[in-house]
Design a binder for this molecule. Structure first.
Ligand code: ADP
Ligand code: ZN
Length: 736
């Protein structure tokens, strides 16, 4: 260890622990050369040693500082600009900086070890000697390498059996040189490249591309854009051209997609589109192995990647010269992380784009009302694709009033008829039922009792396939009871319908049809979701049943019928966004119909046929819906007219949770007259995994007073006793 007297530099380190601030550590003189911003380091914290991330060189150097113990990675994981971005993101969401970075980085990098191993390979090159070695095998191998210019060991192993001894001999004789290089696991080896037919842009697409190109040409300013294009209007084509233009400028592009399962299809489309150009592409998402993610991350940080495609967490990818961020389906709720570091990748895209002076394209057929409003107010440039490509019409949407329907089945008569016709015509149908399992609960028909989760305030979902009753929150499972625990009655029957029961109904209705189901139960295994999509595209499925997963971004040209089984279940949620969610989900799923050469139609079953949201879905009238909805929000100062922060207190002891919640509410209330405080009240899920939950909602027409309260929370948090946990959700989406 270097003596302290020679230490003349220090660094700010974000440690992977729940601490709001960065900490200063001294850098031993011998370490100065290998340590940089973005390095992972081992540092002392109290009596422990923890991993930390170097955020900045520090001004304050004092003798009292503890030293950095070791630098973990040979190369930094991010650069200074990213350190600043991570810090601002963590501050905004009131989350400890080190813990936030831990979330941002590939998994497997927070332990004290060095994380996934770096794979190495060897490159052999010919020295160009003009004589030949004696052995025939030596001559073969040498000829192969000389022709290719150079060759990797991994490749030579595939071409020649046991080439080691031969290569060794050629090295000794001076015919070859060798160099050790890093090798990267390639997750795309199996991704097919299909033939790509260039399309001619329609006028609206052309206008959008022209405008975006003009913004890209001004490479020193931030340009946020809302690309509002109806389903099937060719938004992806606009993204691809914008990405190409960004690369032409020598900058890099980042594209976020909401669903991991969509990436293989997108990667295929991407690679096919760019097949004539050498574009270095990386995909970042949680479906990769730790090793694959680590490899991709390091390549990105080195500047060896031109385009990153990824789910939510890819917003943290350390691209050094970012020129464009695309957020596809920007309204999608999966951009918001729903636990721990509760960031919204769409909102962070705007922050990052501003810091990087990049163009940010938020694309959607049903923009979030907050985004739409900001565009209307002139904070984003509004670009519209009002029509489907190739003059295809949007599908006709019809509501079916379930109150008038006489059947016991989940399917109304008009939907039965439409399904039968569609199948007879050899076309595909999609059915949306936003509920997993066979039935949402079992009901005793003698005493009316239902079976509840012992840990959560919710009924257990019945699955016939798994012969179980199960809690979708804590995963508690039991066998379905033979008799009622309350009255001993034996008439315990499934009540309501889920995707399993719908599948059964369809098999009865259309015994010849090939039926498949897409929900969390059938897609939990790696690749299962993607396989279903491929089968749909190959025409191997006639009817696809699913939860909201089936609504997302798919382009199945042979689908002509879309059916929605329970449009109103989500309308009844006590949440100011419920109408927006229903509008968006139904428009998106309706948008899956008629994307090919044949006309599409949509049937929506509902008990609330005169609900205004459904009315606007029928008319494909986003603007009309937005106007009505925004008027209501304005009256109540809900987003986009106000800002929210949701605080949830939870713990095993209900009385204690309530008491702390009341105390906290009082203190917060005394801090500001400009924020409105609602609660404390029991959360909609008042008990979850055995924890009692209370919420306090802070609401204000300006962000400033809320920010001050959040800062104060940092201090108030220290007064919260053990056994009660506080979570802070800035700009919450779900408030359960
Ligand atoms: P969106 O993302 O807006 O839902 P896509 O980009 O998936 O729509 O485009 C829908 C379909 O239209 C795709 O099959 C795409 O190849 C095709 N397409 C896109 N632009 C054009 C165009 N200008 N002319 C003809 N077809 C197009
Ligand atoms: Zn439970």
């Amino acid at each position: 260890m270097t003596p302290t007297s020679t230490v003349n530099r220090a660094v700010d380190v974000a440690v992977a622990a729940p601490i709001d601030k960065t900490l200063s550590y001294a850098v031993p003189a011998g370490m100065v050369a290998e340590l940089c911003i973005g390095s992972r380091v081992r540092v002392p914290l109290g009596r422990r040693q923890v991993i930390g991330y170097v955020m900045a060189w520090s001004e304050t150097v004092s003798d009292k500082l503890k030293p950095v113990l070791a630098v973990v990675d040979p190369h930094p994981l991010f650069h200074e600009q990213h350190a600043i971005f991570y810090r601002r993101a963590a501050e905004y969401y009131a989350y400890p900086i080190g813990a936030a970075i831990k979330t941002a980085l590939p998994a497997g990098l927070s332990g004290l070890n060095s994380g996934p191993s770096v794979l190495t390979d060897k490159v052999y090159r010919s020295t160009g000697r003009d004589d030949l070695p004696a052995g025939a095998r030596q001559q073969d191998v040498l000829a192969y390498i000389a022709t290719a210019g150079e060759a990797r060991l991994s490749l030579l192993r595939k071409q020649f059996s046991t080439p080691h001894a031969v290569l060794q001999r050629l090295l000794e004789l001076g015919f070859l040189t060798v160099e050790e290089v890093e090798s990267c696991r390639d997750p795309f080896v199996d991704v097919a490249i299909v033939e790509h037919f260039p399309v001619e842009l329609n006028p609206a697409q052309d206008q959008a591309v022209t405008q975006i190109n003009a913004f890209l040409a001004e490479s020193d300013s931030f340009h946020p854009v809302l690309l509002h294009g109806v389903t099937g209007s060719g938004k992806t084509e606009v993204y691809l051209r914008s990405i190409a233009a960004t690369l032409d400028q020598g900058r890099q592009a980042l594209m976020l997609v909401p669903e991991i399962a969509l990436t293989p299809q997108l990667v295929t489309r991407f690679r096919s589109w760019f097949q004539d150009r050498a574009v270095r592409l990386a995909v970042l998402h949680s479906g990769l192995s730790d090793g694959e993610r680590y490899d991709a991350w390091r390549q990105v940080a080195r500047g060896d990647i031109d385009v990153v495609i990824g789910a939510r967490s890819a917003i943290f990818a350390p691209l050094p010269d970012l020129g464009l961020i695309v957020v596809d389906e920007e309204h999608d709720g999966s951009y918001k992380q729903s636990e721990a570091f509760r960031y919204n990748a769409r909102d962070l895209a705007l922050l990052r784009g501003k810091m990087a002076q990049a163009v940010v394209i938020l694309g959607s057929a049903t923009p979030a009302l907050t985004t739409w409003y900001r565009a209307k107010e002139g904070h984003l440039t509004y670009l519209e694709l009002p029509d489907r490509t190739a003059e295809r019409p949007l599908p006709a949407v019809q509501l079916v009033d379930l109150a008038q329907s006489e059947t016991e089945s989940l399917l109304s008569e008009p939907l039965v008829l439409a399904l039968t016709e569609t199948f007879a015509a050899g076309e595909q149908a999609l059915l949306l039922l936003n509920r997993r399992g066979y039935a949402p609960f079992l009901l005793c028909h003698d005493c009316g009792a239902t079976v509840h989760c012992p840990n959560c305030e919710i009924t257990l979902t019945y699955s016939q396939v798994q012969r179980s009753l199960r809690c979708h929150y804590c995963d508690y499972r039991i066998r379905p009871p033979e008799s009622c625990a309350r009255c001993n009655g034996v008439r315990i029957l499934p009540e309501g319908g889920g995707t399993e029961r719908l599948e059964e109904d369809i098999r009865l209705l259309l015994p010849e049809a090939r039926v498949a189901r897409m929900d969390r139960d059938t897609t939990s295994r790696k690749g299962a979701h993607s396989r279903l999509i491929d089968q749909m595209n190959a025409g191997e499925i006639d009817v696809l049943i699913g939860t909201q997963m089936i609504a997302k971004g798919h382009d199945f040209p042979a689908v002509t019928l879309v059916g929605v089984l329970n449009a109103d279940s989500a309308l009844n949620l006590p949440d100011f966004r419920s109408a927006e969610r229903v509008y968006s989900l139904l428009s998106q799923v309706a948008g899956r119909a008629g994307r090919g050469d044949r006309l599409g139609r949509v049937l929506i079953q509902t008990y609330a046929p005169d609900n205004y949201a459904l009315d606007f879905v029928t008319g494909h009238d986003y603007t009309g819906f937005a106007k009505v909805e925004l008027d209501q929000r304005k009256a109540l100062a809900y987003p986009p007219f106000g800002y929210l922060v949701n605080l949830v207190l939870s713990g095993n002891d209900e009385a204690k949770v309530q008491q702390i919640a009341e105390q906290l509410a009082l203190e917060l209330e005394s801090l500001s007259t400009e924020t409105e405080l609602l609660g404390p009240a029991p959360c909609l899920l008042s008990r979850l995994r055995n924890k009692h939950r209370r919420q306090i909602l802070l609401k204000s027409e300006r962000r400033e007073p809320l920010r001050r309260q959040i800062v104060m929370l940092g201090r108030l948090r220290k007064k919260i006793p053990a056994g009660v946990n506080l979570t802070v959700d800035v700009d919450p989406l779900d408030m359960f």
